[in-house]
Design a protein around this ligand. Structure first.
Ligand code: DGJ
Length: 526
C-alpha cells in the first residue's frame, strides 16, 4: 500500500513538474509573465501573411530573413483544411515543416488555429465541411444568398472543429512537448458576425428568446437581473451583439477546454477592432472587442487572454483597453510590418502597457534587414532582461506622440512621474528641421533602475526633468551615456553625453530614425 501511495505521489509530482515546464502564464505584479523553459519570455514577433506557411518552399528564403530582422518568434497559421483533408484522417506535414524550419532558424512560434472561422468567414475549413451544408449549416441572413460563414449554433460544426483542434493539440504535445517551440495558440482568427449583428434562423431565434445565462449576468449586467436577451440587453443591435459574443465565446470555450486537455499551453483569441460609430455587422459583431471583453471572459473562462489586432492609427488608446488586471496585453497583429509607426508603438506597448509581445502583420513582406523594425527589435533584444524584470511593477513608462483615430498626430509633450522625478517628453526633435520629422514615428521607453538611475530607449524623443515630492526641486543630469548590452547582458558604455548631445545638461535626446539606449543618472539641486 505504502509503495503504491509513494508511486502515485511520484507520478503526480512528475506530472506537475512536466506541467510547470510547459509554456504558461505566471503572475508578476499587475500583469503576467509568459514562462518558457522555466524563464520569462518577451515576444519580439511578426505574423506571416495568411498563405505563406502553407508552403515550406515559399517560406524557405524568408526564414533567414526573419531571423536577421531580430525576431525571436513567428506567428503562423495552422489550417484545418490542410491537417484534416479527409474526415478523421490527419496529415501533419504542414505542422512538421513549420516546426522543423522554425527550429532550424532558432525561432519560436505562436500558432494560429484557422478553424471554423478566419476573419468571420469559413474559408479554411476542409472541403468535406464546405461541401456539406446540410450537416454543417451556415449562417442565415434575413434574405439573399447564403454566406460562407458556418453557424455557431450547430453542434456538428462545433464538434468537428473541436475534434480537429484536439487532435492538433495532442499531436503538438507529442512532437513539441519537450522542445516547446510553440509558445501559445490563438484559437480561430478575428471571430465576428458579418454582415448582421446576430445570426437569424430557427435555432438562433429560439435561443435569443430564451433566458440570459446567470454566469453572463453576473459578469455583464444588463437592464434587468433576469429575462430574455431582448429584455436584459435590448432588442437593438447592441443587445444582439452581446448574444453573438456570448455564443462565439461558448464555442471557443469548447475548443480551449478540449485543446488544453491534450496539451495545456496558453491560448487566446484576437479581435478585429471596430471604428467609432460603426454598427455591429458593419464590423465583425460579437468578437472579443473592448466593449465585450467581460462577455468573453464569462463565456470563455479557460482562455488565457483576449488580444487586439490594431490597424487603426490610435494604437496606444486601443492597446490600453486590453491591458487589464484580468488580461495580459499581447498584440498579435500590430498593423502591417511596413507601417513606419511600428517601432514607436512597440516602445509604447512594452514600456507603458506591459505588453508581453509585439507582432506586426505580413512580416515576411518587409524588406531585408536592417529596417526600422529590425533596428528597434535589436534594441528590445538588448533590453529584454530589464523589461522582463520590470513588467507589472510600475517601474517603466512608454511614450509616443498621441494619434487620433482619424490619423491626426498631436505634437503635445507628455509627462510621467517615475522614481520621484517628473519626466517631460517631447516628440518634436529640437535639432531636426520640422518638415523632415514624422512625429508619429517618434517614441521611446524608460525603465527606472532605482534611486536616480534610468534607462531610456527609443527614437525621436527629448526628455527634461523636474523633482517631485520632498527635496531640492531642480534636477540635473549627473551622467548620460549611450552604449549597448552585450550578449552576456553587460552594459558597455559608448560616448559620454555632456555637451551638445544633452544641450549642455538640459535634456536627454534620442535622435529620430536611430533607436538606441542611454543610461542616465540624475541628481537634484537648488
Ligand atoms: C486581419 C487578419 O486577422 C489577418 O489574417 C489578415 O487577413 C489581415 N487582416 C489583412 O490585413
Amino acid at each position: 500500500m505504502k509503495t503504491l501511495v509513494a508511486f502515485a505521489f511520484t507520478a503526480a509530482l512528475a506530472c506537475a513538474t512536466a506541467q510547470a515546464a510547459l509554456p504558461h502564464l505566471s503572475k508578476q505584479g499587475s500583469t503576467q509573465q509568459l514562462i518558457v523553459g522555466g524563464k520569462p519570455y518577451l515576444i519580439l514577433g511578426g505574423e506571416l501573411g495568411n498563405s505563406s506557411a502553407s508552403s515550406a518552399e515559399y517560406m524557405r528564403t524568408h526564414w533567414p530573413r526573419l531571423k536577421a530582422m531580430n525576431l525571436n518568434t513567428v506567428l503562423a497559421p495552422i489550417e484545418w483544411d490542410l491537417v484534416e483533408p479527409v474526415e478523421g484522417r490527419f496529415d501533419w506535414t504542414s505542422v512538421d515543416e513549420l516546426l522543423r524550419d522554425a527550429r532550424a532558424h532558432d525561432l519560436k512560434l505562436v500558432v494560429l488555429w484557422f478553424g471554423a472561422w478566419k476573419n468571420s468567414m469559413s474559408t479554411y475549413v476542409p472541403s468535406w465541411v464546405k461541401r456539406d451544408q446540410k450537416r454543417f449549416p451556415r449562417v442565415q441572413v434575413a434574405s439573399g444568398p447564403s454566406v460562407e460563414v458556418l453557424s455557431a449554433f450547430s453542434s456538428e460544426v462545433r464538434d468537428a472543429d473541436v475534434r480537429a483542434f484536439a487532435a492538433f493539440m495532442e499531436y503538438l504535445r507529442r512532437v513539441d512537448g519537450e522542445k516547446n517551440t510553440v509558445l501559445m495558440v490563438q484559437v480561430e482568427n478575428e471571430i465576428g458576425m458579418l454582415p448582421i449583428a446576430r445570426e437569424r434562423g430557427a435555432v438562433a431565434d429560439k435561443l435569443f428568446a430564451g433566458p440570459v445565462p446567470a454566469e453572463l449576468l453576473r459578469k455583464f449586467p444588463g437592464a434587468k437581473s433576469a429575462g430574455s436577451w431582448a429584455q436584459v440587453y435590448g432588442d437593438a443591435d447592441a443587445g444582439q451583439e452581446v448574444f453573438t459574443a456570448w455564443h462565439y465565446a461558448r464555442f471557443v470555450e469548447a475548443l480551449v477546454v478540449a485543446g488544453k486537455k491534450r496539451y495545456d499551453i496558453p491560448m487566446f483569441v484576437n479581435a478585429a477592432l471596430n471604428r467609432t460609430g460603426r454598427k455591429p455587422g458593419e464590423y465583425p459583431s460579437g468578437g472579443p472587442l473592448p466593449h465585450l471583453l467581460d462577455v468573453w471572459k464569462a463565456g470563455a473562462p479557460s482562455l488565457d487572454f483576449l488580444a487586439p489586432d490594431i490597424y487603426f492609427p490610435n494604437f496606444s488608446q486601443l492597446a490600453a483597453k486590453f491591458n487589464r488586471a484580468d488580461n495580459m496585453l499581447f498584440i498579435p497583429e500590430a498593423n502591417n510590418a511596413t507601417n513606419s509607426q511600428g517601432p514607436a508603438n512597440a516602445f509604447y506597448a512594452f514600456g507603458e502597457l506591459d505588453s508581453v509581445g509585439f507582432s506586426p502583420f505580413s512580416i515576411e513582406s518587409l524588406g531585408d534587414a536592417p529596417n526600422a523594425l529590425s533596428r528597434s527589435y535589436e534594441v528590445f533584444a538588448q533590453l529584454t532582461p530589464l523589461i522582463l524584470e520590470n513588467r507589472g511593477k510600475a517601474r517603466m513608462g512608454g511614450f509616443r506622440a498621441l494619434i487620433e483615430e482619424d490619423g491626426t498626430v498631436s505634437d503635445a509633450p507628455v509627462k510621467k512621474v517615475l522614481g520621484g522625478f517628473e519626466l517631460n517628453v517631447t516628440f518634436i526633435d529640437p535639432w531636426t528641421p520640422r518638415d523632415k520629422q514624422t512625429l508619429g514615428d517618434h517614441g521611446g521607453m524608460v525603465i527606472w533602475a532605482g534611486r536616480e538611475d534610468f534607462w531610456f530607449a527609443g527614437q525621436g524623443i527629448t526628455v527634461t526633468f523636474k523633482g517631485v515630492g520632498e527635496g531640492p526641486p531642480l534636477v540635473g543630469i549627473d551622467v548620460a551615456e549611450e552604449g549597448r548590452f552585450d550578449s552576456s547582458g553587460k552594459w558597455s558604455a559608448g560616448r559620454r553625453l555632456n555637451g551638445d548631445q544633452t544641450h549642455q545638461g538640459r535634456h536627454i535626446r534620442l535622435p529620430p530614425g536611430n533607436p538606441q539606449i542611454q543610461r542616465v543618472r540624475l541628481y537634484r539641486y537648488r
